[in-house]
Design a protein around this ligand. Structure first.
Ligand code: SER
Length: 596
């Protein structure tokens, strides 16, 4: 059975039980600032789980793109990955435990559906605590369904009880809908690995039992004071990882040999001229991280040093590092692999096709940048080892701070050389640095333009170049509508009636970088508003600056009224990069850009 057949079977099964198919939401949550990414199928449905009526009804089914990076270090084993698809069915105040469990069992074991052997199926339920009682109802239902298959489901043999840590699905943020859950595990038969503990159990991480599906009974809401209040509407939220169930059905050695990953791995073998079996770990990381990155870019994320952009950057860079690890003499081809991913998934997730160019551009730019960083970082790492035979947490921080070399990579290189790194020391250093930059941004918050830090000045000058470049590329209807600068990025709003094309974005970016390269002098003169107008200066004239204004000229290229601060020469700006172009309101566009 192919993964696509599996997706369809799941939808068909639940359609036959009265469910309506809903589309997958974006990986970037629309209205939930408490999480960076959609990490489960229920995220986009939170308002409906809390009682808002869903336009498609109260029985829903779908497959949802998800991203979880908490297990990133496990990626490369047989079953962990970052991006995954989650098959899910929902009851919004409609059916509850009985139907949910019966249908899960039917879908998994019936010959008409997946036909898995019920003898190899094990389940867990919530053991109860001060907030909620033991889930006896689910135990009774499981016993009943197993009995119909001739299996006597004893507690401690087939049904196991666990506390909240394992059998409670909580909200991603601090509050929200939650409740006890019941998980299904499939016995894979692989030998227990004692590294995971002396005795194996269904929740052991060794891989002998694989968690395949989770039925959550959302009957509580966690309140800000930490209490759990019964919800008026009792919901069901289930989630089955597509990669894992495909792996079971296709009887592969890991999720990576399923048809969800195999075409990507084969293409990587071809591009790299190396065999998967000779470096399984790195091939898996490349396939997983690149697939995740392609989906993230398609959902509008760009690599950067903060939040979502940072996770994306980390995924791309880690993929590239393992790409090099497989074949050090190759570079620049990783973006080629993205094409295979787009071809493979584009018919299911059309955003991938629509964003083909953007995906290519982001991956290529990031690869180029990272090749330089990685080269410098590895050299410095080797030098440190040679010099002092060890790397301290402070050294690791310096590699990060000075060369942009991520801690995870320092850790990986160190692991390869059997060197321990003091993570606490790194964290302390990191914290100190954060406190300093936080103090910096508080300062900025207080002072606005009174913040004359160097990075701000570089951004201000870059903003003038961007303004002029946009007028050159798009036309003289372009005027600044707003601007906001932080130490990490600039945001520039301007009048323009339509979305910029990729070509226009590239031209604008190139024009700014061209002027940076020319290292133009930045001068300021005090003029009256009328004089400034006569000089052809652009800027906000609405009397905001009083009678006298400062006119900043950048070579002969730009003349603009502004309060500063600016740098002396454009060469000090660094490399300018547009990371996003989007609408703000009718006729107003926004560009987000960074300098690196
Ligand atoms: N929210 C649950 C999970 O992600 C079931 O969908 O496991």
């Amino acid at each position: 059975m192919t993964a696509q057949e599996l997706r369809n079977k799941f939808l068909d099964f639940f359609k036959s039980k009265g469910h309506v198919v809903i589309p997958s939401a974006s990986l970037v949550p629309e209205n939930d600032p408490t999480v960076l990414f959609t990490t489960a199928g229920m995220h986009p449905l939170v308002p409906f789980l809390l009682g808002q009526p869903h336009p498609a009804g109260n029985r829903l089914v779908n497959f949802q793109k998800c991203l979880r990076t908490d297990d990133i270090d496990e990626v490369g084993d047989s079953r962990h990955n970052t991006f995954f698809e989650m098959l899910g069915n929902w009851s919004l105040g409609d059916y509850f435990k009985k139907e949910a469990i019966e249908w899960s069992f039917e879908f998994l074991t019936s010959k008409d559906w997946l036909g898995l052997d019920p003898n190899l199926l094990f389940v867990s339920v919530f053991e109860g605590d001060k907030d909620a009682p033991r889930d006896d109802e689910s135990i009774a239902i499981w016993r009943e369904v197993f009995k119909k298959s001739g299996i006597d489901a004893e507690i401690g043999e087939r049904i196991f009880m666990y506390p909240k840590k394992k059998n409670w699905w909580g909200p991603a943020g601090l509050t929200g809908p939650c409740g006890p859950c019941s998980e299904m595990f499939y016995f894979t038969g692989i030998e227990h690995d004692p590294r995971y503990g002396e005795i194996c159990h269904i929740n052991c991480d060794c891989g002998r039992y694989l968690e395949i599906w989770n039925d959550v009974f959302m009957e509580y809401e966690k309140k800000p004071d930490g209490s759990f209040e019964p919800l008026e509407q009792k919901n069901v939220d289930t989630g089955m990882g597509l990669e894992r169930i495909t792996h079971i059905l296709q009887k592969t050695a890991s999720i990576y040999e399923t048809d969800l990953f195999w075409p990507i791995i084969q293409k990587a073998e071809e591009l790299l001229g190396k065999l998967y079996q000779d470096n399984i770990h790195s091939f898996r990381i490349v396939a997983d991280h690149l697939r995740a990155s392609v989906f993230l870019i398609a959902d509008g994320v760009s690599p950067s040093n903060i939040e979502r952009g940072y996770i994306l950057r980390r995924l791309i860079r880690r993929a590239i590092r393992h790409w090099y690890n497989i074949n050090i003499s190759l570079s620049g081809l990783i973006a080629e692999l993205a094409k295979t991913i787009i071809d493979q998934y584009g018919h299911i997730y059309p955003a991938l096709n629509d964003k083909r160019d953007r995906i290519w551009l982001e991956l290529t730019q990031e690869s180029e940048k990272f090749s330089k960083t990685i080269g410098r970082g590895i050299k410095e790492f080797d030098r440190m080892i040679e010099r002092q035979k060890s790397i301290s947490g402070i050294d690791a921080f310096n590699l990060y701070q000075t060369y942009g070399f991520p801690l995870e990579m320092t850790m990986e290189l160190a692991r390869e050389k059997n060197i321990a790194i003091n993570k606490n020391e790194f964290s302390n250093e990191f914290k100190k640095h954060q406190e300093l930059s936080r103090a910096g941004s508080e300062q900025k918050f207080k002072g606005g333009l009174a913040d004359h830090s160097e990075i701000t000045a570089r951004y201000h000058t870059a903003t003038h170049l961007l303004h002029q470049a946009l007028r050159d590329v798009l036309g003289h209807h372009v005027f600044q509508k707003g601007s906001n600068i932080t130490a990490e990025r600039m945001r520039f709003d301007f009048s323009h009636p339509q979305k910029m094309t990729l070509e226009e974005i590239k031209k604008t970016e190139d024009a700014v970088n061209e002027k940076i390269k020319e290292n133009l002098n930045v001068r300021s003169e005090v003029k009256t508003i009328n004089e400034a107008k006569e000089l052809g200066a652009i800027g906000l004239f609405e009397g905001k600056y009083g009678e006298n204004v400062s006119v900043y000229s950048i070579g002969d290229y730009s003349k603009e009224i502004c309060g500063g601060p600016h740098i002396k020469y454009t060469g000090e700006i660094g490399k300018f990069r547009i990371i996003k172009e989007e609408a703000v309101s009718a006729g107003v566009r926004r560009i987000k850009a960074v300098i690196e």
